[in-house]
Design a protein around this ligand. Structure first.
Ligand code: GLN
Length: 237
């Protein structure tokens, strides 16, 4: 049994080391003897979402988001069904915004997939820097954000409460969204490398969706946890 990841549009949606998230899922599976591979999806080819155990949508500039919008909208029904059936989806920054109703720029509005009831509007200043959030189940999550958009998540459950940084909109003190098996966040490429607990949660969801054993062999996470702790200590103590 081989797990499969679909990386959507890595040529356009891949900022600040976003691909590191895929590398981390892949490595943490392989270190445990779980076979896994990634298909990079570039063009307008039809994607069979049921073939995949994780769909990854990275971040992109406003220009790149405009370029992928039509491709994404052409698969709106398929990706919505994938999510409704419990498919695992990780979306970062620009990818996160595109899961919502819209991303309103100064001159135009990019319509989103409407999988999440969230709305994003561009602000005057970019929100940039290290972030520390707290999630009840995963503890602290650390990462890096760089976005012009402010996202409002209505009644959705956030990924975490902001302890340091800006989060969804610099106002309501929360970051990201967890919805079904979707994790959507402004935190980029250092997300899964520096948060092994969250990465293993995603791997367990992937295995569970395939009806496989979700028991994961422990790994030596000393370096990962050091990198995590460094950020927590630096910004919250
Ligand atoms: N273009 C979007 C914004 O600036 C997303 C940026 C990103 O993915 N880092 O808000």
């Amino acid at each position: 049994m081989k797990l499969k990841i679909a990386h959507l549009y890595p040529d356009l949606l891949n900022l600040y080391g976003d691909i590191g998230n895929i590398t981390t899922v892949t490595k943490r599976c392989k270190w445990r003897g779980i076979d896994i591979e990634t298909d990079s999806i570039y063009g307008n080819e039809k994607i069979h979402f049921t073939d995949y155990d994780l769909v990854f949508l990275g971040g992109g500039s406003d220009r790149e988001q405009l370029l992928v919008r039509d491709k994404l909208m052409s698969m709106k029904n398929e990706i919505t069904s994938y999510v409704n059936d419990g498919g695992v989806l990780l979306a970062v920054c620009g990818g996160y915004q595109l899961l919502g109703s819209y991303y309103k720029l100064k001159e135009e509005t990019i319509k989103g997939l409407e999988i999440l009831n969230i709305q994003t509007e561009i602000g005057d200043k970019r929100l940039i820097g290290d972030v520390v959030i707290e999630n009840e189940k995963f503890g602290t999550i650390v990462g890096f954000e760089n976005h012009g958009g402010r996202t409002f998540i209505n009644d959705h459950t956030p990924l975490g409460k902001v302890l340091h940084g800006h989060g969804n909109n610099d106002k309501d003190g929360v970051e990201g969204v967890i919805y079904k098996n979707v994790i959507a966040t402004y935190l980029h490429g250092s997300l899964l490398p520096k948060n092994p607990v969250l990465c293993d949660h995603i791997i367990r969801l992937m295995l569970e969706q395939r009806g496989l054993d979700t028991e994961l062999a422990p790994l030596d996470d000393a370096s990962e946890l050091d990198a995590h702790k460094y950020i927590v200590d630096r910004f919250t103590k």
